[in-house]
Ligand binder design. Structure first.
Ligand SMILES: [Mg+2]
Length: 238
């Protein structure tokens, strides 16, 4: 199959599953840096320790549990709602509305869902700012996942069941490569939004199956739906 034919084949996708952070908006917005900082602050407040020490705790939780929240819940019985409210209380004005993304999503056949390790409130906040919120049928958030984060396979099974998804006709888009491994195992098509950071790239060289590697989501989706991108100057703002 040529590259273009393989892109055109994606128009038969029944369900599109998009990650939120650093996927629906580019990492260059630095929005997640705000969340990252709020997470450290939350830990510092919770344990009454200096910010730098909280930072070290945060890295360990992330490494050992996949998300900081999971570590806080397992080791300290933290309240997930209070945590989510605190860490997602951020300024989203750095995210620019993306007309190209909106246009591409409008033309993209198939159902569309957001699947995030964050909260629905955060997804609505960010997708609202991007101008794309009403293009999605639902948000499957960390509460829906019973606070078990990607890439644990269990929430993927819940997602499929709850939203009646046929994985063989589904396509998942993510910046963290290892979160695509359970999707591929279920038979989904995988799209990796190439990240620079170690935690985003981990596993790519060791064989996590990636069907499509992408640098710019709006531009790539525009190609999938056959929009004429030759004269576009704007990609995804931010
Ligand atoms: Mg992400």
């Amino acid at each position: 199959m040529t590259a273009l034919a393989s892109l055109a084949a994606l128009r038969d996708t029944g369900v599109w599953i998009f990650d939120l952070d650093n996927t629906l908006y580019p990492a260059s917005c630095n929005l997640f840096a705000q969340v990252d900082r709020r997470i450290s602050e939350f830990i510092a407040n919770q344990f009454d320790i200096p910010f730098d020490q909280a930072r070290i705790q945060q890295k360990r939780f992330f490494r050992d549990y996949g998300t900081t929240l999971r570590g806080l819940m397992v080791e300290h019985g933290a309240d997930p709602v209070a945590y989510m409210d605190y860490v997602h209380d951020i300024d989203v004005s750095g995210v620019q509305p993306s007309p190209l993304l909106t246009q591409a999503l409008d033309r993209l056949p198939g159902r569309k869902l957001i699947y995030t390790n964050g909260s629905t409130r955060h997804a609505e906040n960010v997708a609202g700012r991007l101008g794309i919120l009403d293009r999605f049928e639902a948000v499957f958030d960390i509460a829906a996942a019973d606070y078990v984060p990607k890439p644990d396979p269990r929430p993927y099974a819940t997602l499929i069941e709850r939203h009646a998804i046929d994985p063989s006709r589904a396509c998942m888009v993510e910046d963290i490569a290892r979160n695509l491994a359970p999707a591929h195992a279920l038979g989904m098509t995988t799209v990796w939004l190439r990240g620079e950071k170690d935690y985003e790239r981990a596993g790519v060289e060791d064989g996590i199956h990636i069907d499509h590697s992408v640098d710019d989501l709006p531009l790539w989706l525009a190609q999938v739906v056959g929009l004429d991108t030759a004269n576009l100057h704007q990609t995804n703002g931010g």
